[in-house]
Design a protein around this ligand. Structure first.
Ligand code: RFL
Ligand code: PHB
Length: 407
């Protein structure tokens, strides 16, 4: 069997890549280890940057997103007995986020791929990458062989793509955090219109949502926590203790329909490429979810990869493919910093001494009282524009070049 681009993984990265390539007339086959029902039910991200929404809409998969997605023009930071709104409309005019579940994005993409006759195979076991360092890469799975021009590793953090790269090619940069997030989905109306990022002495809590009837919550818990130790009553009591810290706020409670513990990790593999294998999304990098960036980075990566592949097929020039990793890494590292920054701003660290806690309070006070600091948060949270993803020198360097030319 042969295709142009062999894609491993039917998460947002793999599915969107397959769809964007299709729109450029480039064929692909997507190989996914889990069942369709499983990937469509997996509860994960919820915050889409403006650029992600624009990408999905332009690709023709945004119809339900535009209808059902909740547009938010601010978030609340809650600490020290007060709530502070970070108002996007004032700080970053014209930019907003949309709350729409990742599994809904996945459902929309699967439906679009299948409607267009796309080849997406679920429950495909033992996918293996071969000869990625040559110009004849191929994949094997279940006794079959898929020859391709290039392979896209979109198989998440625990996939086979990155693991197949020979020792010494990639450099990993990482940081673990001494806590995890307990995520909860509940059948109850949201208790506020916007997301609430709450820092308390008991730990971080996040109030989010999926729809006017479904709320999504997260609690900072110790790393390695067992979800069995969190019966529903304990979850509600802890959410109340961390969120009901401002006058007049009452947490609405209801039936908990899903809960799970997610480790917190920062990770980047460089370069995001080995020969004809290109890594995209969580296969190449992980951010702690506090900045809501993981899914958005996956979308940004596959946009860049699509452009690079389209250019290669149209002209034979590998210039953009050669720039793929550097182009993506610029956005990736900005998101790494922002996600680490939000995480350290809002979580409690057992290791923190009195000095560390004072620093954190001062930082929170600054972000919630200075327009400059709040603008930094807002600009990163709603997402930086895609112009940053153009190959070539960073804007500052370009400016210097111009100055030199005119002096
Ligand atoms: P995915 O979604 O992990 O998809 C990878 C796919 O590859 C499959 N796979 C394989 N298939 C074949 N062979 C193999 N050997 C395979 N190994 C794996 C897997 O089954 C899966 O279907 O990676 P992708 O596409 O790169 O997408 C990344 C996002 O899923 C991730 O970054 C986000 O969910 C992160 N994230 C958030 N991102 C945001 O932008 N905004 C948020 O609000 C946000 N909140 C979150 C999050 C992630 C969370 N968890 C659970 C990690 C909240 C949480 C709690
Ligand atoms: C979510 O709604 O799942 C969500 C929102 C904001 C985050 C992370 C997750 O920072």
């Amino acid at each position: 069997m042969r295709t142009q681009v062999g894609i491993i993984g039917a998460g947002p990265a793999g599915l969107l890549l397959s769809h964007l390539l299709h729109l450029r007339g480039i064929g692909s086959v997507v190989l996914e280890r889990r069942s369709r029902a499983h990937v469509e039910r997996r509860v994960r991200a919820g915050v889409l940057e403006q650029g992600t929404v624009d990408t999905l809409v332009a690709a023709g998969v945004g119809e339900r997103l535009l209808r059902e997605g909740l547009v938010h023009r601010g978030i609340e930071l809650r600490h020290g007995g007060a709530g502070h709104r970070v108002a996007f409309e004032r700080l970053v005019p014209g930019r907003a986020i949309t709350v729409y579940g990742q599994q809904e994005v996945v459902k929309d993409l699967v439906a679009a791929r299948l409607a267009a006759g796309g080849d997406v195979r679920f429950e495909v076991g033992d996918v293996a990458v071969h000869d990625a360092g040559t110009d004849r890469p191929h994949l094997t799975f279940g006794g079959e062989r898929l020859d391709c021009d290039v392979i896209a590793g979109c198989d998440g953090f625990h996939g086979v793509s990155r693991a197949s790269v020979p020792e010494g090619v990639l450099t990993a940069y990482e940081r673990d955090y001494p806590f995890a997030w307990l995520g909860v989905l509940a059948r109850v109306r949201p208790s506020a219109e916007e997301l609430i990022y709450a820092r308390s002495e008991r730990g971080f809590a996040l109030h989010s949502m999926r729809s006017p009837e479904i709320s999504r919550f997260y609690l900072q818990v110790p790393a390695g926590e067992d979800v069995a130790d969190w019966p529903d009553e304990r979850i509600w009591a802890e959410l109340r203790a961390r969120l009901e810290t401002v006058p007049g706020f009452t947490l609405a409670t209801g039936e908990i329909v899903e809960k799970g513990v997610t480790p917190m990790r920062s990770f980047v593999a460089e370069p995001m490429r080995y020969g004809r294998l290109f890594l995209a999304g969580d296969a190449a990098h992980i951010v702690p979810p506090t900045g809501a960036k993981g899914l958005n980075l996956a979308v940004a990566d596959v946009r860049v990869l699509t452009e690079a592949l389209a250019h290669w097929y149209a002209t034979g020039s590998a210039d953009l493919l050669d720039g793929y990793s550097d182009t993506c890494l610029r956005r990736v590292w900005r998101a790494q910093h922002f996600s680490w920054w939000m995480t350290t701003l809002l979580h409690t660290f057992d290791s923190d001494d009195a000095y560390g806690r004072r620093l954190q309070h001062s930082h929170l006070d600054y972000v919630t009282s200075s327009a400059a600091a709040a603008t930094t948060l807002a600009e990163n949270y709603v997402g930086l524009p895609y112009e940053r993803d153009l190959p070539g020198p960073a804007p500052a360097a370009a400016e210097d070049d111009r100055n030199e030319g005119t002096s």
